[in-house]
Design a protein around this ligand. Structure first.
Ligand SMILES: [Zn+2]
Length: 243
């Protein structure tokens, strides 16, 4: 019986380790997924800012081209003025020039505004780029960590599963059935360590008589409070619990 109790306790330890490794694996996967989403958002933001700079630069070039057209127009009218004979034609040409000059003035203001817009948006590009790089660095680091550390966890789970399989062969069917029922009903902890007349599954006091019987280990005993199988591990340090 003592041997069977020890096997049950080893089974509990393995099951707890597997559960912990699986939780760590999920945690890693969630973290990598979260950082991936963060990186995607930063890439999107950075791309949007760059596209805005391109659009503003295009607008700036268009204004410059329009200014050149206006300046050409003005030059043509000035050339035409050389050949003008009448005052009426001269006045008309002067009127034309002043309206072109007005348009040129307006266009020059637009060019200054467009240049300012390009410059301020370019400044945003730098910070968006930096945020993206930082996000990528975090993602890469976590992914790298997940790949090495997680592989160790997965290897560990695999080893534990193998040991578990071997263990199951040695445990008596009725003992195993009790274990499995409790494992399911008691949140993955079927075997609780007992020490100093206390159950570590529920932290409650165990009657002295029962505790003595648990220490002797000749029968399977369960905690009167949480119903878990009680086990005294003489080799383990006080307070150690496979949960
Ligand atoms: Zn208990």
């Amino acid at each position: 019986m003592k041997k069977q109790m020890e096997l049950l306790y080893r089974l509990q330890t393995i099951d707890s380790n597997i559960k912990r490794s699986e939780a760590l694996q999920r945690q890693f996967e969630e973290e990598v997924g979260r950082l991936q989403a963060e990186l995607d958002a930063e890439v999107e933001k950075s791309t949007a800012v760059r596209q805005e700079v391109d659009a503003l630069a295009k607008k700036h070039r268009e204004h410059e081209a329009a200014l050149k057209v206006l300046e050409d127009q003005k030059r043509k009218v000035q050339e035409k003025m050389m050949a003008i004979k009448t005052n009426k034609e001269y006045a008309a040409a002067q009127h034309e020039i002043s309206s072109i000059e007005q348009a040129i003035g307006k266009k020059e203001e637009e060019i200054i505004l467009a240049m300012d817009a390009v410059e301020s948006t370019k400044a945003l590009t730098a910070s968006a780029e930096a945020a993206m790089q930082e996000s990528r660095r975090r993602f890469d680091a976590k992914k790298q960590q997940a790949e090495t550390q997680l592989r160790d966890y997965l290897d560990d789970i695999e080893r534990q599963r193998q040991a578990r399989e071997n263990l199951l062969q040695e445990i008596k069917p009725d003992m195993l059935k009790t274990y499995q029922q409790l494992h399911k009903a008691r949140n993955g902890v079927a075997v609780a360590l007992a020490d100093n007349e206390h159950c570590f599954g529920c932290s409650m006091k165990i009657p002295p008589q029962l505790y003595n019987e648990v220490v002797q280990g000749d029968h399977l005993h369960t905690c009167p409070h949480c119903r878990r199988i009680l086990y005294v591990d003489r080799g383990a340090a006080e307070g150690q619990q496979p949960a």
